[in-house]
Design a protein. Sequence first.
Length: 105
Amino acid sequence: MATRKQDDRSSGVLETEHSKTKPPRLYRVLLLNDDYTPMDFVVVVLQKFFGLGREQATRVMLKVHHEGKGLCGVYPLDVAATKVEQVSAFARQNQHPLACVLEEN
């Protein structure tokens, strides 16, 4: 932002004023394990909503299966919340109880 210099108004000289903004807080998007959602469906979700390749999506799916949860990605709050809602809606449409949550990073 440019501001007029206080002590030199007659010359019309502008000085640059620097303001610092903090980067946005980041949130982790996680898939939670359940005993009913097919593994193939979880892989499709990871590919469709998180842009993972088949191999990486399979690795995350196996982590969810064996450890109870798996990291899908880290995003600013608005993006993370949108992804959680998209995944939840897609799972409901396909009659699966797959849970997707976010937590502060």
